[in-house]
Ligand binder design. Structure first.
Ligand code: SAM
Ligand code: SF4
Length: 272
């Protein structure tokens, strides 16, 4: 299958899908303290619609799909969606990004449904700091979720850490020994500001995310059915209005050479 290519010659083979705008945490860098105005049930894509869009996307050369949110594991019967997408011929990789709170309960069934691997977001190994950054989260839920993911055979398990100066930059070594002990991988992420465009903090040697715009192979789908060419762009193309194929092609065509800024949505509504 010849992959989709944008006008700068980048092959676009990776679709990130936000399956819900809801979340059971309120991470300070992702979601305003008061929450966001949630979409109605009718606005949110049904599982049938998402699977159909994925079939179209895979037919056009997408071979890697990641489910994100909000928090994907708060959407009811998420394993049904995973199973529907996993069956699409030609799809090579199906992954999910989660805060891990519900993984203990769901890891086994997610694996059974066809999920390959998970990224779990965890910004501190200190229970109080974790509670502070997530505005109320319980660290032990996530640690148990990580162990459940490993026991279920989801592989590789990666931990996403948004590195914040003065908050968790003193925990890099602790994270490294935790990861070595469990045999998991770490991804340190530079904190980003959607409205300022691109990372809000300078580059350093620890963070490997976000990737360089020149190497971007991504396209995004919001929970309410809009294709987004770039995290840092306000361009959105509605799959329901113009159809999935045309919306995806237009989004790929509209991909900017490098990210600019996004004012329309919060990170929680795009999925990182
Ligand atoms: N709720 C899930 C989770 O937390 O993993 C999935 C959605 S979350 C928006 C996806 C990823 O985006 C997480 O790893 C999160 O840490 C990251 N993220 C959110 N806001 C960010 C920001 N301002 N800068 C960098 N990464 C961010
Ligand atoms: Fe929710 Fe994930 Fe955003 Fe935290 S990072 S508020 S868990 S969507």
């Amino acid at each position: 299958m010849r992959p989709l290519a944008d006008k700068f010659g980048r092959a676009i083979n990776y679709l990130r899908i936000s399956v819900t705008d809801r979340c059971n945490l309120r991470c300070t860098y992702c979601m305003p303290a008061e929450g966001i105005a949630l979409k109605t049930h009718a606005e949110i894509l049904s599982y049938e619609e998402i699977v159909e869009i994925c079939q179209t996307a895979v037919g056009l050369g997408i071979n890697k799909i990641r489910l994100t949110g909000g928090e994907p594991l708060v959407r009811r019967d998420i394993c049904e969606l995973v199973s529907g997408i996993a069956k699409i011929p030609g799809l090579q990789d199906l992954a999910l990004t989660t805060n891990g709170v519900h993984l203990k309960a769901l890891a086994f069934n997610l694996k059974k449904a066809g999920l390959r691997r998970v990224n779990i977001s965890l910004d501190s190994l200190d229970p109080l700091k974790y509670q502070r950054i997530t505005r109320g989260g319980n660290l032990s839920d996530v640690l148990q979720g990580i162990e459940a993911a490993l026991a279920a055979g989801l592989a590789p398990v990666k931990i996403n850490i948004v590195l914040q100066s003065g908050f968790n930059d003193d925990e890099v070594e602790a994270f490294m020994s935790y990861a070595a002990r469990l045999g998991i991988k770490l991804q340190f992420i530079r904190q980003m500001s959607l409205s300022q465009g691109k990372p809000a903090v300078p580059a350093d040697n620890v963070c490997t995310r976000p990737p360089d715009c020149r190497q971007c192979n991504r396209i995004r789908l919001t929970a309410d059915g809009k294709f987004k060419p770039c995290l840092f762009s306000d361009l959105e193309i509605d799959a329901r209005t113009v159809g999935a194929e045309r919306a995806l092609r237009l989004a790929v065509e509209g991909k900017p050479e490098a990210g600019q800024a996004c004012y329309k949505r919060e990170m929680v509504q795009i999925g990182g």
